[in-house]
Design a protein around this ligand. Structure first.
Ligand SMILES: Cc1cc2nc3c(=O)[nH]c(=O)nc-3n(C[C@H](O)[C@H](O)[C@H](O)COP(=O)(O)OP(=O)(O)OC[C@H]3O[C@@H](n4cnc5c(N)ncnc54)[C@H](O)[C@@H]3O)c2cc1C
Length: 446
């Protein structure tokens, strides 16, 4: 059986490795358009923060290891341009311009996502860059070194933009961030978002919300981001507006699409073609709270989806529960964490959400080193179910949220969650963990 995989990063290489482990005699061909495979995109902001670190440190497993040790036919520099579902063939071109055409028994589309670049003047200027692939990271590091960048503008305020503002500040670069929408972190409870904003501003970053970007102009060595009532200047502009799924191949071959044009898959990662699977950032998933389809492009679910495809094509029958929308990031000294639904998302999904926001301490009363921790908890008035949680603080936010994620997978009520036996010792939390305090307060309002 020939198992062909399009895309050689998190989802694609997880699938290839596991399929080979499951079934040694399986013929596996991975077609990857770039020369990079199996690297940690998530580590790029931290690598960029350190001028002396090699970007190639982020490669988790090199191409020759897949080829020589694992027996996977990994073809880098091979871009797939079409899928013919009738003849079960994929075709495209390699970097030398030679055409290829390969038949498959089972196909996995693991093409990931691409940065959104607005169709506006100046976004193609040298020095205007996006951060998605390892090659993007390489270009950004080379450019910063060559131009000795001292001032930068970031367009967008999502988590990659925020991680990059910290990375650039670590390199002593002045940073301004700008975006058209008026609200800083629209998915976040207002009190928590203002804590994040303060942390960023107190680290010398300019935050400019509510400014429509009209164009970017080059003037000598400077790039100028032009808004109707604001002009921001830097030697480098990072476009971090968001990503869109690479689903064109799937759409052109008649496969169904889901939210945000991601490829629609069932719980076993199968598309509407029984021989074609899709996994990772290009595909959708079920949300464990809403049971509806959602598109959340993050790393763990890409790796897990790759494994699941491998298991399913090698004879196991695995169905995934789905995602809880859990996401965490660090910005300067602050940990930011979320799982489940915000109030607005819960309303949109037909729940009757009630929220509580608390501010408390990360460690026991009077224990040295304790930090402020902010928690928003959301529950459903009709069913009593726990719907979501957000935590912001200088310690203990990120690892705490994982308990709430598990509770969402278990479809717990707020009451059941409030009775969980969470561990306590003074250096780690108050006797009542802050999440339990938040749950107890929410119970009074449900
Ligand atoms: C800067 C940054 C920081 C991040 N931080 C985090 C984090 O902290 N936590 C987290 O959970 N996630 C994070 N992510 C997201 C995470 O990296 C992605 O969710 C994950 O890489 C998705 O894996 P994937 O295999 O689906 O897609 P990708 O990693 O995008 O891989 C897709 C591959 O397919 C190839 N490809 C596309 N089209 C074709 C074609 N037609 N032919 C051949 N090859 C093709 C691409 O070249 C690419 O190598 C971050 C991403 C970035 C960019």
């Amino acid at each position: 059986m020939a198992f062909i995989i399009i895309g050689g990063d998190a989802a694609g290489m997880s699938a290839a490795s596991r399929a080979k482990r499951n079934q040694q005699d399986l013929e596996i061909i991975v077609l990857e358009q770039t020369e990079d495979v199996s690297y940690s995109a998530c580590g790029m902001p931290y690598n960029i923060a350190d001028a002396d670190r090699e970007i190639n440190d982020l490669v988790v497993r090199h191409a020759q290891v897949f080829r020589e040790k694992q027996g996977i036919d990994l073809r880098t520099g091979h871009r797939v341009e079409s899928i013919d579902r009738d003849s079960k063939r994929v075709s495209g071109k390699n970097l030398q311009g030679e055409e290829f055409d390969i038949s498959y028994d089972k196909l996995l589309i693991a093409t990931g996502a691409s940065p959104i670049i607005p169709d506006l003047q100046g976004f193609d200027l040298p020095g205007v860059m996006a951060l998605k692939s390892l090659e993007d990271g390489r270009k950004i590091k080379d450019y910063m070194r060559a131009k000795n960048v001292k001032k930068a503008v970031i367009i967008g305020m999502g988590y990659i933009a925020l991680e990059m503002c910290e990375a650039l500040r670590a390199r002593g670069i002045e940073v301004d961030m700008v975006k058209p929408r008026p609200v800083f972190l629209p998915w976040m409870a207002e009190e928590l978002a203002s804590v994040v904003r303060e942390e960023i501003e107190s680290n010398g970053v300019g935050i400019h919300t509510g400014h429509k970007i009209e164009r970017i102009e080059a003037e000598g060595a400077a790039l100028r981001v032009i808004c109707p009532d604001l002009v921001l200047e830097g030697q480098m502009v990072l476009a971090a507006i968001g990503v869109k799924p690479n689903s064109e191949l799937a759409a052109k071959s008649g496969l169904d699409l889901g939210p945000s044009n991601s490829i629609a898959v069932d719980r076993s990662l199968k598309t509407n073609d029984k021989d074609i699977y899709a996994a990772g950032d290009c595909a959708d998933a079920y949300h464990v709270v809403t049971e509806q389809k959602a598109w959340v492009p993050l790393a763990l679910r890409a790796n897990r989806a790759g494994w699941t495809v491998a298991d399913n094509i090698t004879g196991k029958r695995i169905e995934l529960q789905g995602i809880a929308g859990s996401a965490v990031f660090k910005v300067f000294d602050l940990e930011v964490a979320r799982t489940g639904l915000s109030v607005a998302e819960a309303e949109k999904s037909g729940f009757d959400p009630v929220e509580v926001v608390i501010k408390t301490r990360s460690r026991a009363h009077a224990h040295p080193g304790s930090k402020t921790i902010h928690i928003q908890i959301v529950g459903d008035k009709k069913s009593g179910r726990l719907l979501g949680m957000q935590i912001v603080g200088k310690e203990g936010a990120v690892h705490r949220i994982k308990a709430a994620s598990v509770a969402l997978h278990a479809k717990m009520t707020v009451e059941a969650f409030s009775q969980c036996d969470l561990a306590y010792a003074p250096p780690f939390s108050p006797t009542w963990d802050p999440m339990l305090t938040a749950a107890n307060q929410l119970l009074k309002r449900l």
